[in-house]
Design a protein around this ligand. Sequence first.
Ligand SMILES: Cc1cc2nc3c(=O)[nH]c(=O)nc-3n(C[C@H](O)[C@H](O)[C@H](O)COP(=O)(O)OP(=O)(O)OC[C@H]3O[C@@H](n4cnc5c(N)ncnc54)[C@H](O)[C@@H]3O)c2cc1C
Length: 479
Amino acid sequence: MHYNMMIIGAGVTGCALARVLSRYEGSLAVLDRGYDVAEGASKANSGIVHAGFDAKPGTLKAKLNVRGANMFPGLCEELGVPYSQPGALVIGFDEEDRRTLLNLVEQGVQNGVEVRLLERDQVLELEPNTNPAVECALYAPTSGLTSPYELTFALADHAAVNGAEFLLGEEVASVARTGGLWQVTTDKNIYTCEILVNCAGISSAKIHNMMSDDKKTVIPRRGQYYLMDRMANLPFHMTMFQCPTKMGKGVLVSPTVHGNLLLGPSAEDIPDEKDVSTTAEGLAFVMDKCRLTWPQATIRGAITNFSGIRAHEQDGDFIIGKVAENAYETVGIESPGLSSAPAIAEMLGAQIAAEQNLQAKGEIVPAPKRSKPFSHMTDAERAKAVAENPLYGNLVCRCEVVTEAEIREAIRRPVGATTVDGVKRRTRSGMGRCQGGFCSPRVMEILAEELGIPMTEVTKCGGESYLLSGRVGEKEEQK
Ligand SMILES: Cc1cc2nc3c(=O)[nH]c(=O)nc-3n(C[C@H](O)[C@H](O)[C@H](O)COP(=O)(O)OP(=O)(O)OC[C@H]3O[C@@H](n4cnc5c(N)ncnc54)[C@H](O)[C@@H]3O)c2cc1C
């Protein structure tokens, strides 16, 4: 099969770039080994839209973080993605931390970010549940929050309505230049394309090394988290960071954009880039570190734990641009990669369009409208929604108040859910306290109906992740 342009990787970077490139003439495909978009780092991170004080001035990380963070409010509004801007504190406990924070303030100023140092009393006035041993803090009022996977889904949907095709569940084994084209060989197919872009996250160095003699190494750096249930009164309304270390931005205590509390991440270099397991030691480290910010932290109220893998390139900065003839790449897109994604796509998209003489389409289809979640509607809005579509009256997820209408809509989106996890991330069904204990069977029935498959073929996250092994009383050969 042949496309004009192919992107390897349907994370936030690849989908943001696909949205930009879908505005130009020519066929475009986004390929991912995951059975859904946002199956890599883009589904398991802190969801912070960093203000931009942490990256070294003059680096691509600094430039794209600041530009990306400025683009977020407008982009999220356009795509119907949750975004809020509660601000952030980076807290310090001694003179060494004060020096670190003063350096960060200086960096922030150089990067053009609004930052200032607060003293102990000011910190405790803003966030009274902070450890009273706090000495001072960097305050960044423009630090924001988003839902990383909802953003990725929305970017993918917008690219899809403008013609991008998503080829999911296919792992790229090799890329090679043959006959003036790029040949992309997956575990299922062979494709050719004129322009190839590597946005393969944790595997981006492997794909880079297939295209270039200048070899790169990306180190998988795992971060583990606790997710706490939503609370009537969150202990913090801002993102609470500790001083950064050479391994990253340190452990945070932060509200999520959906009103949960997130504790983490740890930072461990691991040998297996696909190992997203959590460990007793990793989670103990997270809880221990969190108590420095919030002495009352306890695992009571934790509803799940998870981990994500950072793609740490050893030279430290993002690598973005042309890698070979008609080939481009984004390598080492670790934090602040989510915050930078809109700006990475803007910059790389413009470079590709200019160098490849892409022709802008005459008409761009606007982003598909997202219905307001039933959980956010007023009583009057709920009554109207049910009157117009009675499926709004069927509550499927009681914890997160998600209705059958929303689940069917999530499956029917341009890049719709095909798995239980896909429904969960698009609707929040199964995200609550019972973690899908009650709603999963009903979600599976709806998926089976919408996809026209037996329930035994419905999976948690694609591949062999079947949730049912057969019907009770059914003989093996009848399955
Ligand atoms: C613990 C943690 C916390 C973070 N916190 C933040 C934060 O708060 N704010 C922030 O700005 N950033 C944060 N980040 C960074 C951010 O999550 C990433 O920079 C961003 O998600 C990278 O997106 P991506 O699309 O480049 O990579 P990914 O989302 O990993 O996407 C790459 C895709 O490529 C696919 N792929 C890989 N190899 C192949 C192959 N051979 N064939 C086919 N497909 C392939 C993968 O399946 C994957 O879907 C954090 C990251 C982690 C891990």
